[in-house]
Each structure stands twice: as structure tokens, then as C-alpha cells.
Design a protein around this ligand. Structure first.
Ligand SMILES: Cc1cc2nc3c(=O)[nH]c(=O)nc-3n(C[C@H](O)[C@H](O)[C@H](O)COP(=O)(O)OP(=O)(O)OC[C@H]3O[C@@H](n4cnc5c(N)ncnc54)[C@H](O)[C@@H]3O)c2cc1C
Length: 461
């Protein structure tokens, strides 16, 4: 099934070094992994094989082993959390689609849109519950997500959306005027009021990923790190054969994950469908509580601003400030340096009181968009023994965890039907996204999109 097209050709090769960890704050502070995981070796077999050890794969492995006693093995190319799950901003918040609320209502109707919004809130709560059930100390912070208006016009727009979300969809939204938000959040020349969405919080993403992996192992799943799947064959007896450098795994069913790092070269059913997009993060030196008060920062909850090319930012548990945003469409180290500098300039512009802080960490990774701008959960129409979930659009702490659990339930036969679409799930997440036309041009499409949205932000449209 493999062919000579590599996902590594899409972005710069420096983004795909499975033997190297990003120099992130999370890697520096996660502590010992405590996992038994070893690389796959020799000829092995299992019922369900999972490709990818991020939240999607780990949650699927944990739920398959713990709730259904299914014989499952997970193959991860790097270490656990090597991908986005170990290097994200730690926002456990809602919002896995870029389809506007109006467009969702027009295409899917009120009931399906409500069901999607409810599933997103349920997904946030699932992370909290898993933390408690599996004793994962992921350093929870805050109790909502703030969306902060960058202008008075944006605040008016936020209020309109908030009203729709409250009345039609039952979302828990609180509105804060500029003056109120200065007291409970922060002040900035770019602060024009905010809304707070619950349930949401912030966590340590790599501690969470490792906690999921340890729980999956404890519950009977076999986790193999440093086990990149290099080849995938379907055998005459209907089994899948996954080959790594040091071993092979035969399985009745496969769950394919990977999101922004999707190994699309392994299967034609996924090729050309994900759109990986770079996101980058910078972190400052720690600040004491009194320094934070003096600088007018009052919240532990994560926040984003209201621009199209928005920033996401939060305090870390030791008083550091973290900010992330979109990076370039190439992915080379020089572009990364330029992005980090731009993020630091943006911090000084948005919060002049932070302008003199030193920076201690910076890193980047890939999130996953899709042509239909929605997350995707399904089975390959051409081979229903292959399940997948990806395309969380920069979200995923909650959505990938929830999607992994939903795949486990579906695979274990706990949900009705033998369709390739998960008809029991909200319509917005069902099935495969379309292939990009001339998929090799995806980075050029991305460049055009980034320029378009930057321009819209500049002219305030
Ligand atoms: C910088 C950044 C900031 C983000 N911030 C947030 C945030 O604050 N909140 C939020 O909700 N989401 C955030 N996200 C997105 C979120 O992290 C992802 O949506 C989520 O982690 C996806 O989980 P996943 O398991 O599907 O994929 P990933 O975590 O990316 O895991 C995929 C795994 O597949 C493995 N893999 C690839 N090819 C192979 C192969 N051939 N064989 C074996 N394994 C393979 C990779 O090594 C990787 O570990 C952010 C992402 C980034 C990059």
C-alpha cells in the first residue's frame, strides 16, 4: 500500500525528526515518563493496531483496553507526545472546526449544530474525568477560555455570536465589558471586552499525554515507541501487516491517526486530505505573583484574541507567560526563528508591561486543517477495517481525546450500524474530508490563505 510519496516532502524535513524532541517548556518540565514502552521487535500480532501516539491514538488505546478488554497495540514513531500532543498550548477548550457558526446552522441545522457543541463540551469534561480516573497530574489551571475582543467592532461581533450560542445551542457564555475584564483578566491597548466560555481550562499537555500512555499500559494496551510504521500491506487473509525498522505487526483492524503529522504516504485513503499548518509558541521567564499583579495580569485561564490570525496565550503554573500563533508555510529553521521574533514583538505590542521579559523556550509543531474545515471521524469507505480521526483545526486536547474514545466505542461494536460514517455522532464530524485538488500544492494554498487572513486583520474585515 505504501508508495514513494512521503509526507516529509510537504514541509521542511526539520519538522519530521522523530528521534528528536522539540526544545519545549513541556519537555523540560514533564518529569520522568515512567513508561515501560519499548520499540516493536520481531513478528507480533494483535486485534487492533493503532498508528500514532498522540491523544487520538492514546485515548483509543486506553478505552479499547480498559473498557472493552480488546487486544490493542500502539505504534509511535517518536516518544510519547512527540507530535502535537506533547507540544501544544495546553488549552482544553472547544472549537475544532473553522466553519462559522452561521454556516454550521445553515448546513447542518440547529439540532446537529447543538449536538456538535455539546460533544465539544463533553470532550472537555472527558479530559477532566480521565485525569481523575487515571490519576493524571496534568497541572490544571483556570476555569474558562476567554475570547478577547481586539476592537469595539469585534466585541459587538462576539456579543452577537454569544447570544446565538447561548439561546440556540445552550453554550455557557459569560460576557465581560472592557472594564470588568481589566479587573478579572488583564489590560492591554488591544483589550476591548471579552467573553468567557465554559467548560474549559488549561493543562500541561505532555504530562497529560504521558499520563494517558501510562494508563493505557496499566489497563493492558501495548505501547511501542520509536516504532515508525514504514510499510503497510493488506494480506490475503484480510489482516493488515505494519512494518517498522525492527519488527512487524499483524492486526485485524487498524486505527490511523497522525493529524498534522499524518503519514499519508502509507495509505491512499488518506493521501492529499489533511492540510498540516504550523503553529509556534514562545515562553518567557517566570514572574512572581506580585510582579503579575503589578503588571495587571489576574487570570490563570487560557485566552485567545478575536483576530482571524489569532494568538493563544496563558500563564504557566510557575508564572511564565506563553503565547502561540501561526507560523510560515515552509517550516525551515530560519522561518521558525523569524516567527518566534514576530511572536515576541506581538507580545510587546499587546502588553507593553511584558516588553522587558526574557524568553526561555520556543518551539513549533503541526496542527491539521481540512478542505471542509471540519474534524473527521470515520472508517475508510474502501476498507471498513481501517478507522481514522483527524483534522481538529488547532484544537485537539479535548477533541482528539473524545475522538479516540468514540473510535474505541465504535470499534468495540457499542454503537449501531456497519456504515463507514459514524451516524451516531454529530453530522459535523462524520466521515472523510475531501481530497485537495492538486494536493501537492497544499502549501501554496496555505500561503494564499495566510496572506488573505493577515490582510483581513490589517483592514479590520
Ligand atoms: C504548537 C501547537 C499548539 C497547539 N495548541 C493547542 C491547544 O492549546 N489546545 C488544543 O486543543 N490543541 C492544540 N493544538 C492541537 C493539538 O495538539 C492536536 O490537535 C492534537 O494533539 C492532535 O492529536 P493527535 O493524536 O491526533 O496527533 P499528534 O499528537 O500530532 O500525534 C500524531 C503522532 O503520529 C505519529 N506518527 C506519524 N507518522 C507515524 C508513523 N509512520 N508511524 C508511527 N507513528 C507515526 C507522530 O510521531 C505523532 O506523535 C496545538 C498544536 C500545536 C502544534
Amino acid at each position: 500500500m505504501s508508495e514513494n510519496i512521503s509526507m516529509k516532502t510537504l514541509f521542511h524535513p526539520s519538522l519530521y525528526q522523530f528521534d528528536q524532541a522539540q526544545p519545549s517548556y513541556w519537555e523540560a518540565t514533564a518529569g520522568a515518563s515512567g513508561l515501560a514502552a519499548e520499540a516493536l521487535s520481531g513478528a507480533q500480532s494483535c486485534d487492533v493496531a493503532i498508528i500514532g501516539g498522540g491523544y487520538t491514538g492514546l485515548s483509543a488505546a486506553l478505552h479499547l483496553a480498559r473498557d472493552y478488554n480488546i487486544d490493542v497495540r500502539l505504534l509511535e514513531a517518536g516518544h510519547i507526545g512527540w507530535g502535537a500532543s506533547g507540544r501544544n498550548g495546553g488549552f482544553c477548550t472547544t472549537g475544532a472546526t473553522k466553519v462559522s457558526l452561521k454556516a454550521q446552522l445553515a448546513k447542518f441545522g440547529v439540532e446537529q449544530t447543538r449536538s456538535f457543541y455539546q460533544s465539544q463540551a463533553e470532550a472537555v469534561n472527558l479530559v477532566r474525568t480521565l485525569g481523575a480516573e487515571e490519576s493524571i497530574d496534568f497541572l490544571l489551571q483556570g476555569d474558562c477560555e476567554f475570547i478577547v475582543a481586539d476592537s469595539d467592532a469585534h466585541f459587538t461581533e462576539l456579543l452577537k455570536n454569544a447570544e446565538l450560542e447561548q439561546t440556540l445551542l445552550g453554550v455557557d457564555v459569560t460576557i465581560h465589558s472592557k472594564d470588568e475584564f481589566r479587573e478579572i483578566g488583564y489590560d492591554s491597548p488591544h483589550q476591548h471586552g471579552a467573553i468567557a466560555i465554559r467548560p474549559s481550562f488549561a493543562l500541561h499537555p505532555l504530562r497529560y499525554a504521558r499520563g494517558l500512555a501510562a494508563a493505557a499500559e496499566r489497563r493492558g494496551a501495548q505501547i511501542h515507541t520509536h516504532s515508525e510504521v514504514l510499510h503497510w500491506h493488506k494480506q490475503d487473509d484480510g489482516r493488515h501487516l505494519l512494518e517498522t525498522a525492527a519488527g512487524s505487526l499483524r492486526a485485524k483492524q487498524v486505527i490511523l491517526t497522525g493529524n498534522g503529522f499524518m503519514p499519508e504516504h502509507l495509505h491512499p485513503g488518506v493521501r492529499g486530505r489533511p492540510l498540516p499548518v504550523q503553529s509556534a509558541i514562545v515562553v518567557t521567564q517566570p514572574m512572581s505573583e506580585s510582579e503579575l499583579v503589578q503588571k495587571g495580569w489576574h487570570t490563570q485561564s487560557p485566552a485567545i484574541n478575536s483576530k482571524h490570525m489569532f494568538f493563544y496565550y496563558r500563564l504557566l503554573s510557575d508564572g511564565r507567560f506563553m503565547l502561540g500563533g501561526r507560523a510560515d508555510h515552509i517550516g525551515n529553521p530560519a522561518g521558525a526563528e523569524a516567527t518566534y521574533d514576530e511572536l515576541k514583538r506581538s507580545i510587546a505590542d499587546m502588553w507593553p508591561q511584558f516588553a522587558d521579559l526574557e524568553y526561555t523556550h520556543q518551539w513549533r509543531g503541526l496542527v491539521c486543517f481540512a478542505l471542509n474545515l471540519r474534524p473527521s471521524i470515520g472508517r475508510m469507505p474502501e476498507d471498513k477495517s481501517i478507522y481514522f480521526a483527524y483534522g481538529y483545526h488547532g484544537n485537539g486536547v479535548n477533541s482528539a481525546t473524545w475522538s479516540g474514545r468514540e473510535l474505541a466505542r465504535w470499534l468495540a461494536g457499542k454503537t449501531p450500524g456497519n456504515h463507514h460514517l459514524p451516524m451516531h455522532l454529530p453530522a459535523i464530524v462524520r466521515g472523510r474530508p475531501p481530497r485537495f485538488p492538486l494536493a501537492f500544492l497544499r502549501r501554496q494554498y496555505l500561503r494564499a490563505g495566510l496572506s488573505f487572513y493577515k490582510l483581513r486583520d490589517r483592514i479590520g474585515f
